[in-house]
Design a protein around this ligand. Structure first.
Ligand code: SAH
Ligand code: SF4
Length: 407
């Protein structure tokens, strides 16, 4: 997760706009990108590939799609010319359309993606953010267009437009990032050494509540984690939920990725005000579900996210209560400085307060990193660019667009 910068930053100079805003063009044929093995087999059956050949063809196409990053059927040289032609006649290898790409001075990249579907003449949009660090590269992906949950400190929750992403759209975000970062397997790379990948970790912390789109998230992440394809191990994939208690154990058994929970408060009163879903699934139930998360151990801890809001949840008594609350759960705490947005009613805690809070948690034996703001100059917080452009008046939007078109 990156920084949720303010609107003022949206028109601050300093970022590099690599690709200006593009007009959305609806796809004509279905894309195979993001498909599971079963969906590929079905596609092959639909164009008349005999059953006895399908398994092998699926394996071959899988390799081209998810190891080599093929962008055209012509590249798939292990397939016959006839099959390549038949595939091209019925399908594409289109990725989600990149409406804009921005690169921060700190190397963080943000893609604004347009997906099929439209409301009031605007295509459906989500964001995908890449955050490079010394020892890893993390891709923050989205699960829904907008979010139905209305957490009071979150900009995404104020967006009107909501739809679930398909499994293919979820996996495609990783494909698209590998394209953009030139991060595909090269034949020449093979020297026995494991390849160093730019995208090594995935966090599902973009737009949307992943456990409200369970099946698509499960199927999409299974494509991402497949060891013969995109190959990002489940230990390097983290799913963040605001606390959809009945789905948490299922997430452990059916998806098996690392769990992050947006806790943000230590009493039901405060959490009800911040995360309205808490009225349905209160703290005690949420913590019980975390305690029982399948596969939890000291090597596979749950991450509790805690947004630091001045005067709301940041007292030292809150820090001590937090430690008591999670006692016995193998956990780490991720303290997130609040990132304000236009119209938000909260302020970020003082830095000294965040440090004192973090110290109490750390001294109780929990790792308590404070998430450093990244990509501030490009509003790299998931949901931010879309929100910024959607909520501005028409003249403001024009000014932002003009800015985006200037290098
Ligand atoms: N819907 C999921 C995942 C997306 S949000 C969830 O809520 O967990 C990813 C994280 O960013 C969550 O912990 C969320 O609470 C936090 N977040 C949202 N708005 C924020 C803001 N303005 N400042 C800081 N963190 C924020
Ligand atoms: Fe939705 Fe998460 Fe934002 Fe809450 S914090 S509104 S669940 S995206």
């Amino acid at each position: 997760m990156t920084d949720f910068a303010t609107h003022a930053d949206a028109i601050a100079p300093g970022f590099i706009e690599k690709r200006p805003l593009q007009r959305y063009v609806a796809p004509t044929k279905p894309s195979l990108v993001g498909s599971s093995r079963a969906a590929l087999a079905e596609a092959l059956s639909g164009i008349g590939v005999p059953e006895r050949q399908r398994r092998m063809r699926v394996q071959q196409i899988w390799h081209w799609l998810y190891v080599r990053g093929a962008q055209s059927f012509d590249e798939m040289t292990t397939l016959s010319k006839d099959l390549r032609a038949a595939l091209a006649q019925h399908f594409t290898l289109a990725r989600p359309q990149v409406a804009a790409e921005q690169i921060s001075v700190d190397g963080t990249r943000k893609w604004l993606l347009q997906l099929p579907g439209e409301i009031d003449g605007r295509p459906h949009e989500v964001e995908c953010v890449y955050i490079p660090e010394a020892d890893r590269g993390t891709l923050c992906i989205s699960s829904q267009v907008g979010c139905t949950l209305n957490c009071t400190f979150c900009h995404t929750g104020t967006q009107r437009l909501v739809r679930n992403l398909t499994a293919e759209e979820i996996a495609s975000q990783v494909v698209l990032a590998r394209d953009g970062l030139d991060d595909w397997h090269r034949e020449s790379a093979g020297s026995g050494e494991p390849e160093k990948r730019q995208v090594s970790n995935i966090v599902m912390m973009g737009m949307g509540e992943p456990l409200y789109n369970f099946e698509a998230v499960r199927d999409g992440l299974n494509v991402v984690a497949d060891g013969e394809g995109l190959s990002i191990s489940k230990r390097r994939i983290t799913l963040s939920t605001s606390g959809v208690v009945p789905q948490i154990s299922r997430a452990g058994t059916e998806i098996g990725v690392m769990l992050a929970v947006s806790l943000h408060a230590v009493t039901d009163d405060v959490r009800n005000a911040l995360v309205p879903l808490n009225r349905k699934y209160p703290l005690a139930e949420l913590l019980e579900a975390c305690r029982n998360y399948p596969g939890l151990s000291n090597a596979r801890r749950v991450t509790f996210e805690y947004v630091m809001l001045r005067g709301i949840n940041d007292s030292l008594a809150d820090a001590r209560a937090l430690v008591r609350l999670i006692k016995g759960i193998p956990a780490k705490i991720n303290l997130i400085p609040f990132n304000p947005w236009p119209g938000s009613k909260y302020e970020c805690s003082d830095w000294s307060q965040i440090e004192k809070f973090s110290e109490i948690v750390f001294n109780a034996g929990y790792a308590s990193p404070v998430r450093t703001p990244r990509g501030r100059d490009i509003l790299a917080a998931c949901g931010q660019l879309k929100s910024a452009s959607e909520k501005l008046s028409a003249p403001e939007r024009l000014a932002l667009r003009a800015m985006a078109l200037t290098d």
